[in-house]
Design a binder for this molecule. Structure first.
Ligand code: ACO
Length: 341
């Protein structure tokens, strides 16, 4: 038995904003943003778009691919879903309803359980392992949809040039399927090993303080707790390099694999310099890491499925290839998945 990926999809808003567009509005430059982050552009959602809208579009794209593989209609594929997990730090609503339930309803996935996972930018890595575990544990569950959907630009502090240039909006999705096919390649198939980790002592380094039960919104009150994402950039940077380095090293050792066994490492797309620093420490060629941060900036838990969908649809991922996802984010959290494609 294995948990395999049968479909991938992505969605980004059409509004593409370049570094020069930002430089026309604030004290920054294309040169600074590119040299410090590797970002050239980001896609920004309009006022009326919420995380579920992008998540729904990405899900439909992934389900069309899965339906074609199963030789059924997309509607039949939707009705065959047993589980929907949405990973997001920017849900449609704080607390309830979950963004997953909104997408379940709009899809018409009547048989599917639905829930959100909050693990910052590591969310999709947590989501894949959770979905795989829930499919594995119950013989009646066979198919799952995991979606990373984020609208970071609505919680960004647009007066803070140190953080607002980093983020973009988007969603990515995987359709997972429990299969009984024989083992191939390294003797593994699908999602075969994950590391999920957290270090809550760094929680204050990346927060959205306002709006929860610690600092609830109150009508008419003047408060000094920011309503937006607040980040200690240098602390996150140092944590990120160590988290990525440790996760890659541990995952390879756990499975007795070498870097040469991997087709790609797909990192969370937060900053190209973080990836370059980790590659240097591990003596891994930079080309092994797939980066598309230049076009989309940091889309939090959507960045890994968006990157995988681009690899998949462009034909760069072949059946039997091994990839490693690796990420870090608010919490602080980190982790990775090993997947035979
Ligand atoms: N344009 C021009 N200048 C800028 C900008 C900007 N957009 N932002 C900062 N600067 C200036 C600063 O004011 C500072 O100027 P000073 O020396 O005159 O004071 C100078 O550039 C250097 O600032 P630093 O903050 O030291 O820049 P640094 O090299 O550390 O890069 C960055 C900042 C890019 C934020 C980096 O720390 C980083 O990438 N950290 C990790 C962030 C991250 O990954 N966050 C997300 C993780 S979780 C998630 O994905 C939600």
């Amino acid at each position: 038995m294995a948990i395999e990926i049968t479909g991938t999809g992505k969605a980004v808003p059409p509004n593409r904003v370049t570094n020069d567009d930002l430089a026309a509005k604030m004290d920054t430059s294309d040169e600074w943003i590119r040299s410090h982050t590797g970002i050239a552009a980001r896609h920004i959602a309009d006022e009326s778009t919420a995380a579920s809208d992008l998540g729904l579009e990405a899900a439909k794209n992934a389900l069309s691919m899965a339906a074609a593989a199963w030789k059924i209609s997309p509607e039949e594929a939707i009705l065959s879903l047993d589980l929907i997990i949405v990973t997001t730090a920017t849900p449609d609503h704080l607390g309830c309803p979950s963004t997953a339930c909104i997408i379940q309803d709009k899809l018409g996935a009547r048989q599917a359980a639905a829930m959100d996972i909050v693990a910052g930018c590591t969310g999709f890595i947590y989501g894949l392992e959770t979905a795989a575990g829930l499919l594995d544990i119950n013989p009646n569950r066979k198919r799952a949809l995991v979606i990373g959907a984020e609208i970071l630009t609505k919680v960004t502090d647009w007066t803070d040039r140190g953080s607002c240039v980093l983020f973009g909006d988007g969603a990515g999705a995987f359709v997972l399927e429990k299969t009984q096919a024989p083992m191939a390649g390294v003797g593994k198939r699908g999602i075969f090993r994950s590391i999920l980790a957290a270090d809550g002592s760094g929680a204050a380094d990346l927060t959205i303080e306002r709006g929860g039960t610690r600092n609830p919104y109150k009508t008419g009150e003047i408060v000094d707790v920011p309503p937006h994402l607040d980040m200690n950039g240098q602390a996150v940077y140092q944590f990120a390099v160590k988290a990525i380095t440790d996760t890659i090293d541990r995952l390879l050792k756990l499975e007795g694999l070498g870097v040469e066994d991997l087709a790609y490492i797909v990192p969370h797309q937060a900053n190209a310099r973080i990836v370059q620093a980790a590659a240097k420490r591990l003596r891994i060629p930079e080309e092994k890491f797939f980066l598309n941060i230049e076009e989309y900036a940091n889309t939090s838990s959507a960045s890994i499925p968006i990157a995988c969908d681009e690899l998949n649809r462009s034909g760069r991922l072949k059946k039997g290839d091994i990839i490693m996802t690796v990420g870090f984010g608010a919490g602080l959290t980190y982790g990775g998945n090993l997947i035979v494609w």
